[in-house]
Design a protein around this ligand. Structure first.
Ligand code: ADP
Ligand code: ZN
Ligand code: ZN
Length: 677
């Protein structure tokens, strides 16, 4: 044993794929010992890195000749709490990743750099604006009975208490959250609240509401479009317990909140709570774990809850609270109608019925929204004389026509080119766009309604920082007659003058291989339909309407949408899932492999399939992913299933150790609870 009498050993997690905790030596002066949860600056190979102290020991098995000294401990920063470390530890364990790869990327970048300049500056700045001021909350509406009951149940709950707030669109869920928050803030001196929303675009609206409602309370936002400086400041405000409300997107679930007393997850069904790269975690699931760990209430709100949460509510694990009516007096749910595209053939993507409805709104000075979940002008261009189509030569997909920029663009690998002047195979100069994206619909509308103020909102129109907010503000100010957009416009927004929603082409999702497609389509249709008729109907104004253009008006999914009947739809879907042994009645993990040749990826997965005995676990055969090739890389996957979550977890642990030992240069990753398979 080496002599470490004047030193202690720091056990440190580092952001590396190596699944290990590293030992470093540090002089332990009495009274100035470092603390678990603090950050330290360390030599690592030829580099210097910042690591997280997860333990302090007095002995180590590391060869003294190899044991390195830590360079500094960031003592100006209060340590991360044991609860936070446990959360990171749980996430690492559950998603089968090294602790350091979970814990460190969750911290602001400026904390993970070598200098402390940014940290010191942020700490000073926070001290300066520490003083809280009082103010009077503005426009607190009187809750209706159902809202009041929900707010009291959530705000008054103590201990771990998960609630599913199932409320139709426009039922005033936000108001319930806010009044429940008010109760918690008042009852818990210094207590903190975490509110998660699925999209950055929804934070400004809610942020405004929260600031108006709690003028004396510090609010911190955490989402991916903050500058590093802002992110550091907001993260610290939460870490120090000064920010009493933290509003953020999924990444905020890993914020340090030492006095967390309530978690709110708005639109809990939204797929964007799932991170789809790196650490593929579900912020919603981690939030529920976090609430359980701390013994605090959590509320999951939605008009179309995920089947997972619906299942928990049915089995009694979550309490279910319902809001059945729209909150604004005289605002009613829109009438949903199906427009049969076989009978009323669309021109420029619009049936005559939809055009007439748009015209009526124009005449009355009301707003309309057209929803089409496909950006670009046309998903593909083709040559009608030889059949050539614009495939991406790096991916199993098409090059999308972007007309304003005169370019073809692959949405998967970002390959771009000018629109060819003639067909690359036969020389024909007459290349035709096939299908329809938002740009093409916009163009058609401009011809149809030359006098209308038309605005398109999609990922292309909102590339510049701040442009999305500006676009939404324009709609809220009433300066838009017809809004056309992708799922960006479907969620959460409270457009007051909107009385018509047109849904252009939802049918493709009906026949998807993905068993979650119908759950998603339903949620999406209900969400976008819910943008209509949110204000009271005015005298002489139009009744709010949702018009769905479809070739399959008989499809039961559309029937459920017409009847606003999520209950029966969800319950039927759950029964199907149970019979077919699918989640949430089954637990899954997905191993993905990628290589320049498909055969290499498949061979790796076959080896993975056969490397361990696995009683109680089903390992399916490797298959190519449905979009096999992306950016010249072939991708394949292997699905692992079990009826028991603990059995699956235990197997994955052993399995990963085996996988790491398989030789050969292949990129692979494991996802627990995959959403897209
Ligand atoms: P949801 O999130 O359930 O779709 P919102 O929270 O956006 O619904 O509320 C819809 C509208 O109803 C908002 O304009 C909101 O200000 C209003 N509202 C909510 N509660 C009440 C209430 N008790 N009385 C009057 N208006 C309300
Ligand atoms: Zn051709
Ligand atoms: Zn491509």
């Amino acid at each position: 044993m080496p002599d470490t009498s004047h030193h202690c050993i720091l056990k440190v997690a580092l952001d590396t794929p190596l699944n290990a905790i590293f030992d470093y030596r540090w002089p332990c002066e009495a009274g100035a010992e470092p603390l678990v949860g603090q950050l330290a600056l360390l030599p690592f190979g030829a580099r210097e890195v910042v690591g997280l102290i997860v333990g302090i020991a007095h002995q180590t098995d590391v060869d003294p000749a190899k044991l390195k000294d830590a360079l500094a401990v960031r003592s100006q920063l209060a340590p991360l709490s044991p609860q936070w470390l446990a959360l990171a530890g749980f996430a690492a364990d559950y998603y089968q990743r090294p602790l350091g790869e979970v814990a460190l990327p969750g911290l602001p970048k400026n904390l993970r750099v070598l200098t402390t300049v940014a940290l010191d500056r942020a700490l000073k700045k926070l001290d300066k604006n520490a003083a809280e001021h009082d103010g009077t909350p503005l426009n607190v509406p009187r809750l209706n009975d159902a809202q009041q009951e929900a707010a009291d149940a959530i705000g008054g709950a103590t201990g771990y208490s998960p609630t599913l707030l199932y409320g139709v669109t426009g039922s005033g869920k936000t108001e319930v959250y806010l009044q429940a928050c008010a109760q918690v803030l008042e009852r818990e001196p210094g207590g903190q609240i975490l509110i998660l929303v699925p999209e950055i675009n929804l934070t400004p609206q809610l942020e405004g509401n929260i600031r108006a409602r709690f003028p004396g309370v510090m609010l911190a936002t955490l989402h991916s479009s903050l500058s590093e400086g802002e992110r550091m400041l907001h993260w610290l405000a939460a870490h120090q317990g000064r920010a009493r409300i933290v509003l953020g997107t999924r990444l905020a679930i890993l914020a340090s909140l030492p006095r967390l007393k309530l978690i709110v997850i708005d639109e809990e069904h939204d797929p964007s709570y799932k991170q789809q790269e790196g650490l593929r975690y579900s912020a919603r699931d981690l939030a529920v774990w976090r609430a359980w760990q701390l013994g605090i209430p959590i509320v999951l709100g939605s008009a179309t809850p995920s089947l997972e949460s619906w299942h928990h509510a049915q089995s009694g694990r979550y309490r279910k609270l319902e809001l059945r009516e729209r909150a604004v007096k005289n605002a009613v749910l829109p009438q949903v109608k199906l427009l049969d595209m076989e009978r009323d053939k669309p021109k420029d993507g619009l049936t005559s019925h939809l055009v007439a409805a748009l015209r009526q709104r124009m005449d009355r000075g009301e707003q309309s929204l057209l929803f089409l979940n496909r950006r670009g002008y046309a998903p593909v261009i083709c040559c009608e004389s030889c059949g050539w189509i614009s495939n991406c030569n790096r991916c199993t997909s098409f090059m999308v026509l972007h007309k304003p920029e005169h370019r073809l663009r692959c949405h998967h690998c970002s390959l771009e080119m000018r629109i060819p002047r003639h067909c690359p195979t036969c020389g024909n100069v007459d290349l035709q766009p096939l299908g329809r994206g938002t740009q093409r619909v916009e163009e058609g509308l401009q011809q149809l309604f030359p006098e209308a103020r038309i605005l398109r909102i999609d990922a292309d129109s909102t590339r510049k920082k701040g442009s999305a907010k500006e676009a939404f503000d324009t709609v809220h100010r009433g300066e838009v007659d017809i809004l056309i957009g992708t799922q960006m416009v479907a969620k959460g927004h409270d457009f007051k003058k909107l009385t018509l929603v047109g849904i252009l082409n939802p049918d493709t999702a009906l026949f998807s291989q993905d068993y979650r497609a119908s759950e998603r389509l339903f949620a999406q249709l209900m969400q976008v339909a819910g943008r209509a008729g949110r204000a009271a109907q005015t005298e002489g104004g139009s009744a709010s309407e949702v018009l769905i253009q479809t070739r399959y008006p008989q499809h039961p999914l559309y029937g459920a949408v017409v009847n606003h009947d999520y209950d029966h739809f969800a319950t039927a879907l759950l029964e199907e899932r149970e019979q077919a042994a699918l989640p949430p009645y089954l637990f899954q993990a997905l191993l993905r492999a990628e290589a320049p040749e498909l055969a290499t990826a498949i061979a790796f997965l076959e080896q993975a399939r056969d490397c361990l005995p696995h009683p109680g676990i089903t390992i399916n055969d490797p298959i190519p992913m449905s979009m096999t090739r992306v950016h010249n890389v072939d991708r394949a996957q292997l699905l692992v299933e079990s009826a028991s979550r603990p059995a699956l977890q235990a197997f994955l642990k052993y399995w990963l150790a085996e996988l790491r030992a398989i030789k050969g240069r292949i990129k692979w990753s494991l996802e627990v609870d995959p959403l897209d398979i």
